[in-house]
Design a protein around this ligand. Sequence first.
Ligand SMILES: NC(=O)c1ccc[n+]([C@@H]2O[C@H](COP(=O)([O-])OP(=O)(O)OC[C@H]3O[C@@H](n4cnc5c(N)ncnc54)[C@H](OP(=O)(O)O)[C@@H]3O)[C@@H](O)[C@H]2O)c1
Length: 244
Amino acid sequence: MDLSNKVVVIMGASSGIGAATSRLLAKDNAKLVIAARRLNRLEEIQKDFPGKIDAYKADVTKFEDVKNVIDKTVEKYGRIDVLYNNAGIMPTAPLIEGRRDEWQNMLQINIMGVLNGIAAALPYMAKVKSGHIITTDSVAGHVVGPDSAVYSGTKFAVRAIMDGLRQEQAENNIKTTIISPGSTGTELFNSINDSDQKKFAKDFFENVNGLQPGQIASAVEFAIGTKDNMSVSEVIVRPTRQTL
Ligand SMILES: NC(=O)c1ccc[n+]([C@@H]2O[C@H](COP(=O)([O-])OP(=O)(O)OC[C@H]3O[C@@H](n4cnc5c(N)ncnc54)[C@H](OP(=O)(O)O)[C@@H]3O)[C@@H](O)[C@H]2O)c1
């Protein structure tokens, strides 16, 4: 796909779905800006596409970091066409374990990270009545299962926020896309500290013949490549064998 006319920022680009999307959009010649906390991992992607990608260290829970990435993008290109809020963690565990620090981190990264992206990018997009905000949600934003109540709660919240954004900004021509992956082989399982849960997630991935991150990236690419009058509001991409 030729995306050479698109200025795209990806938050949470250092591994998994974000990294795969970065590589795919770089091949599509998008004007790409990628961010995450692990700058070394961003630089590995950057060096495979010399001169094509800007990379910034940024923590999505810190508004000043997110704003810096967006502002630098607008300074360089004069606009931002697409913001992809992809950062997320999934430390699932039963509520009875009371892992309040993990809950707090999930709320901050999975929800506030998305809101920080919206707060930083939307004013630029609204001003020119053009833009596209994409967020990685989850099948867990559609169905709740035991032991993933808080993670699901963050992803349900993201879906509500993104649909509110869609309704508020339709008059400004701003597209929104919610991408909800099923089980995908990434480093997300490393964010699980409960050993039973980590085993459950890995076994589940094996049992359903889980997706590769590039398969989610292709859904993101499709949403970005649509004509201005067509908005892909929501996509659920499951492994074929995943029933949930
Ligand atoms: N894999 C799945 O089965 C699956 C299914 C449904 C939804 N998802 C969602 O997909 C998204 C991407 O996850 P993934 O599966 O690709 O896992 P991953 O490989 O662990 O990637 C997570 C990304 O989020 C970034 N991130 C985490 N905390 C951050 C922070 N505070 N600031 C900036 N970036 C941060 C990580 O970068 P740094 O650590 O370098 O900051 C990394 O780039 C998440 O929102 C996840 O909830 C995944």
